[in-house]
Design a binder for this molecule. Structure first.
Ligand code: AMP
Ligand code: ZN
Length: 463
């Protein structure tokens, strides 16, 4: 299998450190608000990678974190240590405790995760459940003299780690223009490992530490938790492309400084979803949640299909029209699969091409087109059935339930169509097929499709 590695900026052959085991970690959500469909594009990329690795026979240990503490409102370009705490800010706004906010959005996130048919990791690791591990790691860094103290926290001294920023373009790591720079920092690139609770203020989320009461910096949780579960060196780390410029260099610096070993072998970064050419983000207010997609009457697996239509390293402009077309394609697929006979020997050549496309840096658009080619081929439907179900173990489009899916599609059948359907059924019972076919034509002229399956008849909106 070949993967683009942000570290080498090349597509590389994937060789696990301890084959057949593969350790994989994805930076998860900060649970102060709903995750949006941009975030879920990145988690879907991780999901496809997870499924392809499993399909290729690896024993994958997959961990995703939940950031339920800290993470200040400054942006990620070097100033994430300043500004207001997102959790506490959201708590104030919603009139709840920070803990309740975190719990609510964690549960919603996991529900959305399941609704998008994302395969659950071995563990959703919460930052607040791993404060001790984070403190231990900061102590290790302190013992090796990689830290210094300011009036508001303990910082990582990037000057002591010459390899700092090997993952990214260092020029991008500047002090933010929007937030007051911290004059006590030795370099704008330095970042907080531990922040003190402001003097005279009790935070809702704060812990004792060797340096004083406070809370962890944003980056330390990912190093502490990934190394706890996957070891000091592990195979794959996934996130959105923005994380390649600061969060991931910071994770790398603090992990490698502590252990003296290479932290991660392959860094996989997904490109953004855009709206009208701008990054979808909470701060720009141009984001849609998973529930927004449902509320507009769309199937969430159509969103998944839409994601798969674009290669993960390419930006994707979201439009409702594109989602609608993805939904039509998906329902066409369900309709085909619903008529298939019981699976028998599959179409090996297509399976091979499909696997090759995915093993080539997760080329999902090509995999989809190979799937359609297979469906249009002359293979018997029993063979197509077997192959399509195998493909769906990676695509995750719930094709096993195609029959149920197409029945669900027509929620409201207009009265005139109902009458025509009854008429047709009655004619068919009396074996007056020619007349029944005429009625069918009338139904089709009104924009519906009639599919007879054994003893049931299904009505579809024509696409
Ligand atoms: P956040 O909650 O902002 O830390 O983001 C969670 C994950 O979603 C990170 O991996 C981000 O890089 C990713 N992400 C954020 N915005 C987008 C977007 N518009 N498109 C794709 N991924 C995104
Ligand atoms: Zn992370």
């Amino acid at each position: 299998m070949r993967l683009y590695n942000t570290l080498s900026k090349k597509i590389e052959e994937f060789v696990p450190i301890h084959s057949p085991e593969v350790g994989m970690y994805t930076c998860g959500p900060t649970v102060y608000d709903f995750a949006h469909i941009g975030n879920f594009r990145t988690y879907t990329t991780a999901d496809i990678l997870f499924r392809v690795l499993l399909h290729n026979g690896y024993d994958v240990k997959y961990i995703m974190n939940i950031t339920d503490v800290g993470h200040l409102t400054g942006d990620n370009l070097g100033d994430a240590d300043t500004g207001e705490d997102r959790m506490e800010k959201s708590a104030k706004k919603e009139g709840k405790s920070a803990w309740d906010v975190a719990e609510f959005y964690t549960q919603t996130f996991i529900k959305d995760f399941e609704r998008l048919n994302l395969k659950k990791p071995l563990l959703f690791a919460k930052a607040t459940d791993h404060i001790k591990e984070q403190i231990d790691l900061i102590e290790r860094l302190e013992q090796k003299a990689f830290t210094y103290r300011t009036s508001d926290g303990i910082y990582f001294d990037t000057a002591k780690f010459p390899e700092y920023g090997k993952l990214s373009n260092l020029d991008q790591i500047k002090e933010g223009a929007r937030v007051e720079p911290n004059p006590e920092k030795k370099s704008p690139k330095d970042f907080a490992l531990w922040k003190f609770s402001p003097k005279g203020e009790t935070r809702q989320m704060e812990w004792e530490s060797p340096w004083g009461i406070g809370f962890p910096g944003w980056h330390i949780e990912c190093s502490a938790m990934s190394m706890k579960y996957l070891g000091e060196s592990f195979d794959i780390h996934v996130g959105g492309i923005d994380l390649a410029s600061t969060h991931h260099p910071n994770e790398t610096a603090q992990s490698e400084a502590a252990t003296g070993k290479q932290f991660v072998a392959y860094w996989v970064h997904g490109a953004f979803i855009l709206i009208d050419g701008k990054r979808m983000s909470k701060s720009l207010g141009n984001n849609y949640t998973v529930q927004d997609i449902v509320d507009r009457g769309h199937d969430l697996l159509a969103l998944r299909y839409l994601y798969l239509q674009t290669h993960y390293r390419q930006e994707m402009n979201f439009t409702w029209e594109a989602l609608q077309s993805a939904q039509q394609a998906l329902y066409r697929l369900y309709k085909d699969v619903a008529t298939f006979e019981e699976p028998k020997v599959g179409c090996a050549e297509y399976e091979k091409r499909f696997e090759d496309a995915l093993s080539d840096d997760l080329n999902t658009p090509q995999a989809l087109s190979i799937m359609w080619e297979m469906l249009k081929s002359d293979y018997p439907t029993s063979a197509k059935a077997r192959t399509i179900y195998k493909m769906d173990a990676i695509l995750g489009l719930d094709l096993q339930n195609s029959r149920t899916k197409i029945k669900e599609e027509i929620v409201v059948i207009p009265d005139d169509i109902k009458i025509l359907m009854e008429e047709r059924n009655a004619l068919r019972k009396e074996k007056r097929y020619e007349e029944a076919d005429k009625v069918r034509e009338q139904i089709e002229a009104k924009g519906y499709e009639v599919v007879d399956q054994n003893d049931t008849t299904i009505l579809l909106k024509a696409s």
